[in-house]
Design a protein around this ligand. Structure first.
Ligand SMILES: *Cc1c(COP(=O)(O)O)cnc(C)c1O
Length: 500
């Protein structure tokens, strides 16, 4: 690996941090409530060289360029996790129609884009923990995709215990089974009575709680988190954008727009860093659902959640009010002092705004638009009419692509980022593609809904699809983590569990 080693920046302070990437990965909370991030990214001098590399080697080049120096055995072991993906391309680029492509990020073990980062992330953390002879407790809150990916990544890691907190009735059946059927001893799943907001705020409270931290420490464990506040997550979310450039380059296409279904803005931030590294991304388009806070910010420069309430939508992984990685974007554009001011205003007043000229600067690269649940269903139908089945999150990106095409906004190649396999969201996809009553949609199991989708697809002869055996097997596995918890009792339960 390269020789230079950089310290990370922090979003709310100009002081040099002396924190390496690994230190930030193990302890992701920076001073003043800020986040660790990359600063002064140097673009590759000859980016086309990367287009000849395979996925793992692209990752290595990116880490090297970012000044991240890792023990090469640990890094190698982490990157080997991609060998377990169902596609040898890791993130295949599929053509939907003329000038429109889909980058499929759901070929990892839990069928959503979270695997792209959490598979290597968990192996890297596991290696470091063993190397340091330390034990870690990894916490995560999930609306349905981070949880399964975290559990899958850390299952049976010797020095690690992993916990995920999820809203008991807030996920699809497949998502729930991916968590509750996990049998490894080092994993614990807490289904709570409440929504994702409560799961996330419970996690934040626990992380701030001194007596909780002390008890965990007293039991020999250090605490880290698997959510995208962890900079290591973001670092592993850059390489797949290079696959787009690599594949399009073969067809003599040298510039493209990406359209990202966004929630916490971690995936889009990966695109932003890829652009900083020199990748020819013309526009990064942010697709939102009825929770339109990101669209509001990128179109008006105002981030105002004073009168907003979280809405439960058909694309739950994008149901968000406070989008954590916006902080890293603000830092990249405006530096630490301004970011500190804006984020403290958000923390205190649920509001901030940037100046008109600052917004124009951001809009040179970013566009945003939000879509309703009704439109989401239409998007799934429309894409299917072209022979391509998408999940409800991806549908928001698909709709944005079609909108831009109609408006003549893009003469260029557009690439939608497909963040989940449709089988994770059987109910919504069935609502779009099958002729079932509301009653049936509510009462049928995901297994039955998936069979409905498949038989419908096959009768329409538009495309042939099968449900993967890994998903079908879930329905026959025993659910182990079945208890429902009150959020305010988790501290006690986690400490009891860590003692075992
Ligand atoms: C997590 C997730 C998103 C949102 O990604 P962010 O990085 O939080 O913006 C979108 N779609 C799916 C399916 C997800 O799991």
């Amino acid at each position: 690996m390269g020789t230079k080693q950089i310290f990370l920046a922090q979003t709310r302070s100009n002081k040099v941090t002396n924190k390496t990437f690994i230190q930030a990965m193990l302890d992701p909370n920076a001073n003043f409530g800020g986040l660790y991030t990359f600063a002064d990214i140097t673009p590759f001098t000859d980016i086309t060289k990367l287009y000849t590399l395979k996925y793992a080697d692209i990752c290595k080049s990116i880490f090297n360029q970012l000044g991240i120096n890792l023990n090469s055995n640990a890094f190698e072991f982490a990157l080997q996790s991609y060998d377990n993906f169902r596609s040898k391309d890791i993130a295949p680029l599929v053509k939907i129609e003329s000038n429109l492509y889909s980058l499929e990020l759901y070929h990892g073990p839990t069928y959503a884009f979270k695997d792209m980062a959490l598979q290597p992330f968990s192996r890297l953390l596991d290696s470091i923990a063993r190397e340091q002879n330390k034990k870690y407790l990894i916490l995560s809150a999930t609306s349905g995709d981070t949880g399964p990916a975290t559990l899958s990544g850390f299952a049976n890691s010797k020095n690690i215990k992993a916990i995920c907190i999820y809203p008991k009735n807030g996920t699809s059946q497949v998502q729930r089974l991916q968590m509750t059927t996990q049998s490894a001893d080092n994993l614990k799943v807490f289904g709570i009575n409440g929504d994702f907001d409560l799961a996330q705020s419970t996690l934040k409270e626990l992380l701030k709680n001194e007596s909780f931290r002390d008890s965990i420490k007293a039991n020999g464990y250090n605490i880290s988190v698997a959510n995208s506040v962890n900079i290591a997550r973001i670092a592993f979310q850059i390489a797949y954008y290079f696959i787009i450039a690599k594949e399009l380059y073969k067809q003599n296409i040298h510039s493209f727009d990406v359209i990202v279904p966004s929630g916490n803005f971690g995936n889009s931030l990966g695109a932003f860093f890829a652009k900083k590294l020199g990748l020819p991304i013309a526009k990064i388009c942010i697709a939102s659902n009825p929770n339109d806070i990101l669209t509001q910010f990128f179109t008006t420069g105002i981030y105002d959640i004073r009168s907003k309430k979280l809405k439960l939508s058909y694309s739950p992984a994008m149901d968000i009010l406070k989008s954590s990685n916006i902080e890293r974007l603000l830092f990249a554009y405006f530096g630490a002092d301004k970011t500190k001011k804006l984020m403290e205003s958000l923390d205190r007043n649920n509001y901030f705004n940037i100046e008109k000229n600052e917004l124009l600067k951001i809009q040179e690269l970013f566009e945003a638009k939000n879509f309703s649940d009704i439109e989401c269903i239409e998007g799934i139908k429309d894409s299917f009419s072209k022979g391509y089945v998408i999940d409800p999150h991806t549908s928001n990106a698909y709709l944005f692509a079609q909108y831009r095409k109609q408006k003549g906004k893009s003469s260029k190649t557009q690439v939608i980022i497909s963040t989940a396999h449709f089988a994770k969201f059987a109910k919504v996809v069935c609502r779009a593609l099958c002729n079932l009553s509301n009653n049936d949609l509510e009462s049928l199991s995901d297994k039955e809904l998936l069979h409905n989708i498949i038989s419908n697809i096959t009768t329409n002869h538009r495309t042939t699809l099968q449900i993967d055996s890994n998903i079908l097997e879930l329905f026959d596995k025993q659910e182990i983590h079945t208890k429902c918890y009150e959020a305010n009792t988790l501290q006690k339960h986690i400490i009891e569990w860590i003692k075992q």
